[in-house]
Write a protein of this length. Sequence first.
Length: 90
Amino acid sequence: MRAVVTVAGKDQVGIIAAVTNALAQENVNVLDITQTILPPDFFTMVMLVDAGQAKVPFAELADKMSALGQELGLAIHAQREDTFQAMHRI
């Protein structure tokens, strides 16, 4: 099952490492990643991940990503790919 993880907030050292390490701990594979910093220091990242072999149910994974975001002072959201696509269809 593929999912989309979005990250947004003030840029700081270690964001990508923290998010990818948290995903790896739950056996979630990163398929694609794009990130940018919008001036002056607003970090954004979108990741496509494979959560089909995750150690925890998807709802728990999403909660863990949200909690990590709170810990880092960022907004981190994980959604199933089909939900993400439906929400962003024109």
